[in-house]
Write a protein that binds this ligand. Structure first.
Ligand SMILES: [Zn+2]
Length: 429
């Protein structure tokens, strides 16, 4: 396809200048939503402090807060006053009304399915992990798995499924979160599935979906190391290689919600074959199936095709630890390719932090000193230090928590981003 050439002076026909941000969009949220999000982030905060932090008058905060309290989303809490020794009038602060809504977060993966239930303030009420046999599921199988998991985690939380306001669902693969569509996923037999709409109809519960790398990034942004950082990247290395990028405290998703596919950036022309059908993708050198492929060739592990990739990799890891040169070289090579990928992330985004997330086992080798040195050599020499790299070997429950954050933010968006009448309707319920 030929690139379109556009006369850039044509856009001058629009009056004014500066970015044309649509009203009440993600970049320009209504004041009451900003107030709510500020309170949720703070845990407890006084009205006057909210006004100060948002740069608006205390009167407009008071009005917004009254609406939010009336709608049952915020509540007044007694805040302990410092140095007061119990004397004087107790300070009144604001907090999220935790019981206002409950949502579920769920991650479906090749190895296990995980779920959490969180309240409106983000506290985890219950969690559940179910092991599974790997492989792509048909839609009925997928819904069955979701229902079983949902009922089980609800039972643990002591609530009915009907008590949930929404469900956030994470699957690996290419997911258009905004459109609710899964283009391709290793856990699904079908392609191009309107999963959010179908699951919503099937469960009778609003379902929001995203890919698992974005969800672990959301988890870091909402609950983890990324809470205070405006810009950071999370690179996930598991069955595939994924990435989530936060720009200005928000997840960057690209025009079609399909960006940040670090695993399919090319690191070698005409290189190794990738799961996506193309050649030379980073994933084809770093992901666990790539390591397993090398292992079965280099170590002549024929006849072990039936064994799970985990068993194969654990065995490879044990061999490497025991000093097997071939096994070590496989991890070393993967580490070098990872260094190429990470240096590209540094050169493109200049993030304040890179978090490596996924299973711990492989990191000992992938995150070796020479991998970092290689990354440093490949990143442009600015004289400034490279971003710190942290390893967060959290389990799948963190991903489910990210899915819950997705559901929470969708619920909040639905309640607060619309017009004022919407809030009134909620209050009347
Ligand atoms: Zn690929």
């Amino acid at each position: 396809m030929m690139p379109q050439v556009r006369d850039s002076s044509a856009s001058n026909a629009v009056p004014g200048c500066g970015p044309l941000i649509p009203p009440l969009s993600d970049a320009l949220r209504p004041l009451r939503q900003q107030i709510f999000e500020r309170v949720r982030a703070a845990g407890q905060i006084a009205r006057v402090q909210v006004a100060k932090e948002l740069g608006v008058s205390p009167a407009s905060v008071t009005t917004g807060v009254s609406e939010l309290i009336e709608a049952g989303l915020l509540e007044e809490v007694i805040a302990p006053r410092e140095g007061d020794a119990g004397r004087g009038r107790p300070a009144v602060a604001l907090g999220v009304r935790a019981c206002a809504h409950r949502v579920a977060g769920m991650k479906l993966s090749d190895r296990e399915h995980t779920a959490v239930i969180v309240d409106f303030a983000g506290n985890v009420i219950a969690d559940e992990v179910v092991q599974r046999t790997p492989g792509a599921m048909s839609l009925p199988q997928l819904f069955q798995a979701m229902e079983t998991l949902l009922d089980s985690v609800c039972a643990k939380a002591g609530i009915e499924r009907t008590a949930l306001t929404a469900l956030g669902l994470g699957v690996p693969g290419f997911v258009d979160s905004g459109a609710g569509q899964v283009m391709w996923s290793s856990v699904m037999a079908d392609r191009g599935v309107d999963l959010a709409a179908l699951a919503t109809a099937h469960l009778g519960l609003a379902v929001h979906i995203d890919n698992d790398a974005n969800l672990v990034t959301l988890a870091e942004l909402w609950f983890g190391a990324g809470r205070g950082l405006p810009d950071f990247a999370v690179v996930t290395i598991e069955h595939g290689v994924g990435m989530g990028v936060v720009v200005n405290h928000r997840i960057y998703r690209g025009a079609h919600g399909l960006g940040m596919e670090l695993g399919h950036t090319k690191v070698q022309l005409d290189g190794a074959l990738c799961r996506c059908g193309q050649r030379g993708c980073l994933e084809a050198y770093v992901a666990d199936y790539a390591l397993a492929r090398e292992a079965s060739t280099a170590l002549n592990w024929v006849g072990k095709d039936g064994q799970s990739i985990n068993v194969l990799l654990e065995s490879l890891y044990d061999h490497a630890k025991a000093g097997n040169a071939a096994a070590r070289s496989i991890f070393r090579r993967a580490g070098r390719y990872l260094a190429v990928g990470l240096s590209n992330v540094v050169n493109l985004f200049d993030p304040s932090l890179i978090i490596l997330s996924g299973e711990r086992m492989r990191y000992d080798y992938l995150y070796a000193a020479d991998t970092l040195a290689e990354m440093e050599n490949l990143a442009i020499a600015t004289g400034r230090p490279r971003p710190p790299i942290e390893i967060h070997a959290w389990g799948d429950l963190l991903w489910a928590q990210g899915a819950a954050a997705l559901a929470l933010s969708a619920v909040t968006e639905g309640l607060l981003a619309g017009n004022r009448d919407g809030l009134r309707e909620v209050a009347a319920q």
